[in-house]
Design a protein. Structure first.
Ligand code: ADP
Ligand code: NA
Length: 340
């Protein structure tokens, strides 16, 4: 049977932020001792909305640099960019023919991203979740660390895997593969900060595409920028609550406490033990200090890596070669199963 394997990706769409770090990249690092890990710069996903070609190339290297700077080990594990392994696009086509229109119609992210002018959204944006399913299933990954916003897409990937296994059960057996050809990938969404919210608007998630730079902490921000953004973060006028229950009714406080908890490797209760009852001015200063302490080394290392594009390109090329070997084997099997 397939060993325990992790797959996840981040889009090279600029402005990598604290939500990407806490919801995804930090977890990528933590999983390396327990799993065989494959981490992908998902550039095919990025072009579902317009990307300037020069910026895209820069952003691909930046995401790869963020992985490595945060502590992803590109020698022990696999780091690559999606467009370099053609199986992603090839398998996505087969999965487009397995997924049902009604399933995709239920995807809330498409509705959010397409906005009011839905007729003018790219077809790629619509079938994006099928490509994401292909990303995961090409490696027959068993676990997928992502933020809360990807939960629905992961459920779809499971549905697609299951339908493929059912629709082709006879052919899977005839060709001598295991009955559950595609394992149903498990989401790894747990702990604090699985959904980091905007610092300016507690009802929106922190996002690369939000126009207000003050809404997010970018992984490229320096200590002064981090301090300014956290000091200006929207809060209510009351001191920090003493209990997690009271925290839940206060979204902005909940967000800042969640960020603190994730950065300090504790939980909300642990943060409130130390800071419950504090004024926000005080707590925000503690959060600034912790955020700078944790992000500054990553920011500095990203800068160093980005200054040497040849090294990043070599890492990605080596990763793509190793990814290709695994994905091609899956694709060859899928071809046999489908009848090609
Ligand atoms: P974005 O949503 O900012 O464009 P991606 O779609 O590339 O970023 O997501 C990369 C990873 O970061 C995914 O696992 C996603 O779930 C996670 N992520 C994105 N935004 C947040 C957030 N605000 N809080 C927690 N995790 C997030
Ligand atoms: Na996202």
């Amino acid at each position: 049977s397939v060993s325990q394997r992790v797959f996840s990706g981040v889009q090279p769409t600029g402005n990598l932020h604290l939500g990407n770090y806490l919801g995804a990249i930090k977890r990528f690092v933590e999983l390396q001792d327990r799993f065989e890990c494959i981490y992908c710069v998902v550039d095919l996903h990025a072009i579902t909305v317009w990307q300037d070609p020069v910026e895209l190339k820069k952003s691909i290297r930046e995401v790869a640099a963020a992985f490595l700077a945060a502590g992803v080990d590109g020698d022990r594990h696999i780091v690559f960019n999606q467009s370099q392994v053609s199986v992603h696009a090839e398998l996505a086509w087969v999965l487009n023919c397995v997924a049902r229109l009604g399933w995709l119609n239920r995807m809330t992210q498409f509705k959010e991203k397409a906005g009011k002018d839905r007729e003018n959204a790219s077809v790629g944006l619509y079938v994006y979740p099928d490509l994401m399913a292909a990303d995961i299933l090409a490696y027959r990954a068993t676990h997928v660390p992502v933020g809360e916003d990807q939960k629905q897409h992961l459920e779809l990937a499971r549905d697609i895997a299951q339908k493929f296994n059912n629709d082709f059960s006879q052919s899977i057996a005839t060709n001598g593969f295991e009955e559950k050809f595609f394992p149903l990938p498990e989401p790894l969404i747990a702990g604090p900060a699985t959904r980091v919210m905007s610092l300016r608007d507690g009802s929106k998630k922190m996002s690369k595409s939000e126009p207000s730079d003050a809404s997010r902490i970018n992984l490229t921000d320096d200590a002064d920028q981090i301090a300014n953004k956290i000091r200006r973060a929207k809060t209510d006028p009351f001191p920090l609550p003493e209990t997690v229950e009271a925290l839940k009714a206060r979204p902005e406080a909940d967000n800042l406490v969640g960020i603190y908890a994730a950065l300090a490797d504790t939980d909300a209760a642990g943060v409130l033990d130390a800071h419950g009852g504090a004024q926000f001015s005080q707590f925000k200063q503690a959060l600034v200090d912790l955020t700078v302490e944790k992000l500054a080394p990553i920011t500095a290392e990203m800068k160093r890596l980005v200054a040497d594009p040849a090294h990043i390109d070599a890492t990605l090329a080596k990763g793509a070669e190793r990814a290709e070997t695994i994905a091609r084997e899956t694709m060859n099997a899928v071809k046999d199963i489908v009848g090609f």
